[in-house]
Design a protein around this ligand. Structure first.
Ligand code: ASP
Length: 436
C-alpha cells in the first residue's frame, strides 16, 4: 500500500491534537494531564529541531560558501539575496498597512472591551517592554557590533546568536576558498560530511513530526485563553490573516514568473516545513526542515540554499513585518489616534527594521513591535490589547516567514542557474530512512 505523504501525516497529527485537547478540557483533570503527560513530547520535539540548528548553519554555510570557489560569486549571490529579502519585506508591510486602513479593525473595539483587555493583560506585557527597552538603550550601530562575536564557542551556545554564527561560517568559508585547494581538502570534506549527517538527522526527527505536532497543538489548545477574547479581536486577527494569505499568493506568483515552477509544485514541496512552522512558531526550529525540503524536494542547489536560508530565517520575516504594521495601526485605531500618512510611511521603515531584528523564535515579533509603537507614538499599553491572539497569529506569520525564505531561495537559485531537479519525488513523499 502506498504510504501516506508526510504533510498529510502532520496535518492528521495536528487535527487529532486539537480534538484530543478539546475533549480533555471537558474533564477536570484534562488540562493538568495534557500539561504533565502530553506537552513534554512537544517540547522534546522542538528541542530536537533546535538542537541541530547551530551545527546545521555551521556545516551548511561553510560547505555552501566554499563550494562557490570564488569570492565574486559569493558577493553576487549575497547582494541579490539581501535585495530580494528587503523588497519582499517592504511589500509585506505595505500590504499590511493598506489592509488595516481599509478594514479599520480597531474602530470596532469599544472603550469597554479595550479597558478590559488592557487591564487583564497589562502584567504580561511588562516583560516585552523590558526586553524592548534594553534594545532601545543601545546605539545606532549596535546591530553591527552584535554581528561579530567575540568568541565563536560562546556565540554557538545560544540559538539567539544565529547571526553571529552565520557571520563566522561565511568568514570561515571565505578563508577556505582563499587557501590552496590541496590544503583545504580535509577541512572541506569534513564539513561536507557533517552537513550530510545533519540532513539525515532531520529525516529522523521528521519521522516523529506527526506525534510532535499532536503534542504541541494539544498543549496549545489546553492553555489558550477564552474564546470571548478571540471574538473581540476577530477583525484584527482576520486582517492579519488576509494579509498573510496575500503574501503566500505573491510568493507563488513570483516563483511562477521567475522560475516557471507551478504553485502546486512549490506548495506541495514546502508544506511539511509550513506545517512545522505553524506548530512550532519558530523559523529557527523549522530551518533544518526548510533546508531539506528546498534542496531535496524543490531542486535548489545546496550552495544556494545553505547560504540563502539561514540568513533568511534570521533576517527575512515578511509575516512578522506585516503583522507589526497591522498591529501598530490597529492599536492606534483602538485608542482613537489618527496616524498621518508620514507616520505610516515611517512604519514601513521601522517595521522592516523591526522584523529584521526579530529573533526567529516564538513571540519575538511582539517584542520588536514595541519599537514600532514607540516610533509612531502609539501607547505601549496597547500590547495588552493584542496579547490574547498573539500566539495563533505568531503561528500564521511564521508560516509566511518560512515560505518567503524558501521562495527567495528559488529566485536566487534560478538567477544564478542553480535551480535543478529535485532528488526526491514529492508524490512519493514518505520519509523512509534509507542507508544512502
Ligand atoms: N515566531 C516568528 C518566527 O520565528 C517571529 C515572530 O514572532 O514574528 O519566525
Amino acid at each position: 500500500m502506498k504510504k501516506l505523504a508526510l504533510h498529510w501525516k502532520i496535518l492528521i497529527g495536528m487535527a487529532l491534537g486539537v480534538v484530543f485537547a478539546l475533549l480533555m478540557t471537558n474533564f477536570e483533570f484534562g488540562k493538568e494531564f495534557i500539561k504533565d503527560w502530553i506537552k513534554p513530547f512537544g517540547t522534546i520535539f522542538i528541542n530536537s529541531l533546535k538542537l541541530i540548528a547551530i551545527p546545521l548553519i555551521l556545516a551548511a554555510l561553510i560547505k555552501g560558501v566554499s563550494d562557490l570557489k570564488d569570492i565574486s560569486k559569493l558577493s553576487r549571490m549575497g547582494g541579490r539575496t539581501i535585495i530580494i529579502y528587503i523588497i519582499t519585506t517592504v511589500i509585506a508591510v505595505s500590504i499590511g498597512l493598506v489592509l488595516v486602513n481599509i478594514v479599520k479593525p480597531g474602530n470596532s473595539i469599544s472603550d469597554k472591551t479595550r479597558t478590559e483587555l488592557v487591564d487583564g493583560y497589562s502584567n504580561n506585557t511588562t516583560k516585552y517592554k523590558e526586553e524592548a527597552s534594553k534594545q532601545k538603550e543601545s546605539g545606532p550601530l549596535q546591530a553591527l557590533i552584535d554581528l561579530v562575536p567575540q568568541n565563536i564557542f560562546s556565540a554557538a551556545t545560544s540559538n539567539r546568536n544565529m547571526l553571529q554564527v552565520i557571520f563566522f561560517a561565511v568568514f570561515f568559508g571565505i578563508g577556505l576558498i582563499l587557501i590552496p585547494e590541496e590544503k583545504g581538502k580535509t577541512v572541506k570534506s569534513f564539513f561536507d560530511g557533517l552537513n550530510e549527517v545533519i540532513l539525515k538527522m532531520v529525516d529522523l526527527i521528521m519521522l516523529a513530526a506527526p506525534y510532535g505536532v499532536f503534542a504541541l497543538l494539544a498543549s496549545l489548545i489546553a492553555e489558550s485563553p477564552s474564546v470571548d477574547l478571540f471574538k473581540a479581536l476577530a477583525w484584527y486577527a482576520l486582517t492579519v490573516v488576509i494579509g498573510l494569505a496575500l503574501m503566500i499568493i505573491m510568493y507563488n506568483f513570483l516563483v511562477f514568473i521567475f522560475t516557471k515552477k507551478r504553485p502546486s509544485f512549490f506548495m506541495k514541496a514546502i508544506s511539511p516545513a509550513q506545517l512545522l512552522a505553524f506548530s512550532t512558531s519558530s523559523s529557527a526550529a523549522t530551518l533544518p526542515v526548510t533546508m531539506e525540503r528546498v534542496t531535496e524536494h524543490i531542486g535548489v542547489e545546496e550552495e544556494v540554499a545553505s547560504f540563502v536560508l539561514p540568513i533568511g530565517a534570521t533576517i527575512n520575516m515578511d509575516g512578522t513585518s506585516l503583522y507589526q504594521a497591522v498591529a501598530a495601526v490597529f492599536i492606534a485605531q483602538a485608542f482613537g489616534m489618527d496616524l498621518s500618512f508620514g507616520t505610516q510611511l515611517g512604519i514601513i521603515a521601522t517595521a522592516t527594521l523591526a522584523s529584521i531584528g526579530s529573533a526567529a523564535v516564538p513571540g519575538a515579533g511582539m517584542v520588536m513591535l514595541v519599537g514600532v509603537l514607540g516610533y509612531a507614538g502609539i501607547p505601549e499599553a496597547g500590547l495588552a490589547l493584542i496579547f490574547a491572539v498573539d500566539r495563533p497569529l505568531d503561528m500564521c506569520r511564521t508560516v509566511v516567514n518560512v515560505t518567503g525564505d524558501a521562495a527567495v531561495s528559488m529566485l536566487v537559485a534560478s538567477s544564478v542557474g542553480k535551480l535543478g531537479t529535485p532528488t526526491q519525488k514529492n508524490w512519493d513523499d514518505n520519509y523512509e530512512v534509507s542507508k544512502n
